[in-house]
Design a protein around this ligand. Sequence first.
Ligand code: DGJ
Length: 751
Amino acid sequence: MPIIHNKEGNEFHLYNNKISYIIRELPNRQMGQVYFGKRVRHRESYADMINNSCRPISSNPVAKDPNFSLEFARQEYPAFGTSDFREPAYEIIQRNGSHIMEFVFDSFRIIQGKPETEGLPHSYVENKNEAWTLEICMTDHLTGVKLVMFYSIYENAAVIVRSVRFINTGSETVCLKRAMSMSLDISDSDYEWLQFSGAWGRERTPFIRDLEKSGVTMIESMRGHSSSQHNPFVILKRKNTTEDEGEAFGFNLVYSGNFMTLADSDTFDHLRLMMGINPRNFCWNLEPDTEFQTPEVIITYTRNGLNELSGSIHDFLRSRVARGYWRDRTRPVVLNNWEATGMDFTEESILQIAKKGAEAGIELFVLDDGWFGSRKEESGLGDWFPDRSKLPGGLKGLSEKIHAMGMKFGIWIEPEMGNPDSELYRQHPEYVLRTPSRNKSLGRNQLVLDFSDPEVVEHIFNSLSTAFDGVGIDYIKWDMNASVTECYSAHWPAEKQGEVYHRYMLGVYSLYEKMTAAYPQVLFESCASGGCRFDAGMLYYAPQAWCSDDTDAIERIKIQYGSSYGYPVSSFGAHVSAVPNQQTGRSVSLKTRGNTAFFGAFGYEMDLTKLSDEEFRQVREQIRFVKEYREVLQKGRFYRLGSPFEKDIAAWMSVSDDQKLAIVGVYIIKTNVNMGFRQIKLKGLNPSFDYEINGKEIQGGDILMEYGLTPQIAAEYPKVPYVSPARTIEISGEYDSKIYVLNSDGDSRPQ
Ligand code: DGJ
């Protein structure tokens, strides 16, 4: 069993062949952190690995034990105010105003598999043998509140999944002011913090920060969604950790609402990392006989660099968080009309674009915003019935025509919102989140519906299913374009207003649950003004997400590159759009636009009828390429080779499981005249295989990985009369790119 219990000291060792996670009861009967890292052999006792020392002016919670203080003890779920003065994992206010709790060890359970987390997205098992779960129950005897800490370890993943549940078995309601999903005390603080931040249109840019020394490093969202400002995923890495070497921890929060993650480094060089629902504006009334379950955090560990860390995260999110019919299927090639028409279309104009798509080999046509109610920029949102002036045959009429062209049919929705100018709002003004007697801010002319109220969720589900039943919908793009402001729900009493942000998310998840159950074979793509709610929680319901509204290929290289640290390529909605690009005004070749979107759930976001014959031929060729190679592009092992944030040439690659096929993408982000020679060292190949490169040259896997691929770049050769290139130029200047397909027969060549 990969969880061993040492009775002496009440120690638990969770392990697999990659990692060990060891915890132990502390002198005050709270649980302490002993070790988390590379697998170590089991011992009968880890007592010597607990910090014990008598420090001046430390407070000591255990009488006559001056060596023990929570101020420097490494803990599993720390409290405030009982001799620890660092960031606490929880805060509970009791009726007498006290914030002090004393959770002490009560009991434990080790179970095969992993229990479901009802109402929240979560990781899962398909077979009980693949994971084990440790549940430790702690009790605060004064209030009767119990704290259950969950730890799951999978047989083959360098991953620990943590969450906690508070259960009130007492007779008084208490207020949960803070309930983080996990807290981990690491034995030294010599790490860097890598966060993925940005804004609309430039989501998930990697930022390395030095940790505050003796202080707190923090990111959060208070927007009601996980946000493009900060992603709920962070990495802790050693300063010398690279893509290929060194230690790192990854933390993915499986949640899509307000979150906070912080690292508190203390004066004794420990580092406390915690993650969970943002405690600001949060106050959950834990009534007697009720429970509160936190979202999960997926903690990943490596000693072998960031590419390996990301690979473990990709495998885990793709196979044990994403679910359903489309989880393991390669994704259809999409044509979406948004950048082609906006909301200004007729059935006729849509059919013309779709027809051209069918000729090009498109497999799924998606009708974006504008098909319903009296939809305009400022009206109609919330009215989920077709606008007959645009679609005379309704959705069914259009769907039949699209299907008759041999394509699947997809549709856009934004179920969490309504315009003030909509039938929905006129009939149900009480359905929106707004603070009484206060101004209401609008985002994109719209109001956020009160999904904390189950009646609102049910109403929207009924209107969507009335619109979709029998229509033949194959794909749904679920958008969300306004942050939550003036958050207040008319449905809940005053004392429960601190629950509304979280209840809103529970409502969103419950609608996703209803929709995915009602339409089990529909492919869902989540979206929030592009990538403003791109997180592991969303992946549980929608296996792909629209990465960004910025479709400029060069910007997309950055966004997809940044996203790849914490999320799998199969989850990147990535489309080729028209030039000049609508967001940046930049014109990049169709080739580079395709070469970028290949590494994702591929599609087009443009009017294909406007292409020249030559461009259309290229589009057909791109689609043929994706169909031939999408298995490896979307599901292969992905490696970052060169960062567009740091280098003038960016590169990445995907390798098949059997290592016989690899696709490499090389992109010139910036040209310098007479630039240096480049060696792009590939990864994940088999060193003993020989690879044919683009059907021509043959190179050994060892040379390709150790010496590298050496593209001939035009900018190395300024046009001067006495220089003629020794080799054929492969990449010719700024924003040019090249795809290399590497094929091997799989026979090993001796050294
Ligand atoms: C924002 C999305 O990100 C776009 O792709 C598009 O669907 C628009 N909303 C439609 O309003």
